[in-house]
Design a protein around this ligand. Structure first.
Ligand SMILES: [Zn+2]
Length: 335
């Protein structure tokens, strides 16, 4: 049985339940771990568990009281959730100011805890982080602040020193399958099991693997390397459009990462073929073409620039810039 639909983070749940029972729940936490493994879901579940008016033992909310119902509906007045707006790649300071203002308001009823969840905290710039810092230094009484990010190193030391870091791990395959079925990404366990190996323990990535457009994208991507004249602009557009098809910035990054992995796999396979006697044998057209032209040396350079792009995606550079620059650099090598 899952805790409020959450799979795979039992030890963390138990630790919070234990702290809560002893009245030792902290004021500020950083939830850290890979994207798409349920950190925000966990934060919302925790918010519900500690706000519930008729809680049961072990951080189990009643699921029926007004607080439970409002939290599930996203209308609970003492819970404030912010995230990176769709069209931004840094946290707007105005959003942070608004959050801090609502945290300073009186709780809606006596004994209620005011809770703030800051999703996409990796995208806090210095200005918005400093704005939030004052609240972290002097949190309103009975408040709980949760930042959600992918790695503690991505936070300013001043922020980090005031948060308890909770490290979430990628889901194992069995938890991932259960979670996928429960949230309705797949119709059945069997369907999830087919793609789970490529999902790296992330529900968001599993969702991408099951996207019917993914095969068409992989085909189009290979096709750009089949033709005698490589069009770097066309590749740039193809990559950017693919990444942009998602709404949330985390999803966009997952898509960009996947596209870059496809390129790496293509170049590496072509390199293996180039080093055999008859490179064109038994290879699909893009691989056969790349194995003959450019040289293995050039293919190595292509792998290098692609790996560099992969790191830049990880470091939160602007996706469109990374992908267009990658296409351009590949174009220069293939010229
Ligand atoms: Zn309740």
């Amino acid at each position: 049985v899952s805790w409020l639909g959450i799979h795979g983070h039992d030890a963390i749940r138990d630790a919070f339940a234990h702290a809560d029972e002893r009245g030792r729940l902290g004021h500020s936490y950083l939830f850290s771990g890979p994207e798409g493994i349920g950190k925000k879901r966990f934060a919302l579940a925790l918010a519900q568990a500690i706000s519930c008016l008729k809680p049961k033992a072990g951080l189990n909310p009643c699921d029926e009281c007004s607080a439970c119902i409002q939290i599930k509906a996203g209308t609970y007045p003492d819970l404030h959730v912010v995230g990176l707006p769709e069209d931004k790649h840094e946290f707007p300071i105005a959003l942070m100011q608004e959050l801090i203002k609502s945290l300073g308001l009186k709780p809606s009823h006596q004994g209620s805890r005011r809770i703030a969840i800051v999703d996409d905290a990796d995208a806090l710039n210095e200005e918005s982080a400093n704005c939030f810092l004052k609240t972290l230094e002097e949190p309103p009484p009975d408040s709980l602040l949760i930042l959600i990010g992918t790695a503690p190193e991505r936070q300013l030391p001043t922020i980090l020193s005031r948060c308890q870091v909770i490290r979430f791990q990628a889901l194992n395959n069995s938890d991932l399958v259960k979670a996928a079925v429960e949230v309705g990404i797949v119709g059945s366990k069997v369907e999830a099991e087919k793609s789970v190996a490529l999902a790296h323990g992330s529900l968001s990535r599993l969702k991408l693997m099951l996207d019917p457009d993914i095969q068409a994208f992989a085909t189009a991507l290979h096709r750009t390397f089949q033709t005698p004249k490589f069009e770097s602009v066309a590749l740039g557009i193809l990559l950017t459009k693919f990444a942009d098809a998602a709404k949330e910035s985390a999803q966009k990054r997952i898509r960009a990462q996947f596209a870059v992995e496809l390129l790496l796999a293509l170049f590496r396979t072509a390199l293996q073929h180039a080093e055999t006697e008859q490179p064109e044998l038994q290879a699909e057209p893009a691989i056969a073409r790349l194995a003959k032209h450019p040289s293995p040396q050039a293919l190595l350079s292509m792998i290098d620039v692609t790996l560099e792009a992969e790191q830049q995606i990880d470091r939160r550079f602007q996706l469109a810039l990374i992908l267009e620059a990658l296409a351009d650099r590949l174009g220069q090598i293939l010229r």
